[in-house]
Each structure stands twice: as C-alpha cells, then as structure tokens.
Design a protein around this ligand. Structure first.
Ligand SMILES: [Zn+2]
Length: 74
C-alpha cells in the first residue's frame, strides 16, 4: 500500500473508501482508498481527496452552465 498524499495520478472523479487496517489508524489524517480507474489501492489525506472531488464537481457544474448559455444564445 502506497501513500499518495495527493491521491491517485489519474485523478478519478470518484474513489472507493477502503476499511483501514489497524496500523493505518496510526497515521492520522490518512484514509485508505481504491482507485476504480487504475485499480491501485493507496493511502491519501482526506483533505487532498476531497479537493479533487470538489474540483471535479465544479468542472461539471461549469460545463453544464456553458451548455445552457449556448442553448439560450441559439
Ligand atoms: Zn488511479
């Protein structure tokens, strides 16, 4: 199990949470995740992973707004 502080390099829109083993509880702030995109399991800080999720959601939100604006202009 690797420790990837900023999450997986492929930055998937969602990560699966894994049950932590007892030794992982000794690492405060880190949570176990599984990336459905590359199949890698890793430890990452909850804050970093949340930031990735939020930026994904913001991008989707912006894109749907742009589409709505384009529809209105047509
Ligand atoms: Zn990945």
């Amino acid at each position: 199990m690797k420790i990837l502080k900023a999450g997986c390099a492929c930055r998937p829109p969602s990560l699966e949470r894994l049950e932590r083993s007892p030794w992982m509880r000794l690492l405060p702030g880190l949570r176990a995740y599984h990336c459905p995109s590359c199949g890698q399991s890793f430890l990452a800080s909850k804050r970093e992973v949340t930031d990735i999720m939020v930026s994904h959601r913001q991008r989707l939100f912006t894109r749907s707004h742009e589409a709505a604006d384009a529809a209105r202009a047509a």
